[in-house]
Design a protein. Sequence first.
Length: 201
Amino acid sequence: MNPANAPAAFPRVTAVTADGRDLPFPDGHFDIGFSNAVVEHVGRRADQERFVSELCRVAKRVFVTGLSGFTGRYLREVLMADGLEVHGIGQSADEGVRHCDLNDVASLTRIIGEVRPDYVVHLAAIAYVAHDDPLEFYRVNVLGTEALLKAILAANVTPTKVLLASSANIYGNANQLPITEDVPPAPTNHYANSKLAMEMI
């Protein structure tokens, strides 16, 4: 990849030499997808460009379900600020957000196969405790999670990590602080039960 064609979404971070001088790229500071880059002086410009090209090539991809949701939109900002390439599914028409039913394994498989993420963060859920259709909690929060895991396998992708977001609601009305994972689950509503069931998949 030509460094001049590095993705514009990468944050502006300066690659510097060991003695603190900026690497002299043609356009001044060069955008690379990492929060920090301190490198040894490599001499010729061709070597410098090859070095940055390699950095851009190994930028990690993250696939986020619920990318346009309450948590997803903030997570996206943080990940992109760290130079990660962010893809995902959600309800908005924002750039990089695709529409896909979480239980549509075939579509999920196709999208994940195209993205080939290094990390998967699963945030999509019915999270409103007073939601008027109890079955939706289980269709989305439990079966949707199972569909996502099946799609990852079907796409023949092996992410470094898959993060499934649960909820403190699974501990019910716990009377101790802090609430740790050693506290026995005691869900008191369908949302909490669905999140606990998701953890058991």
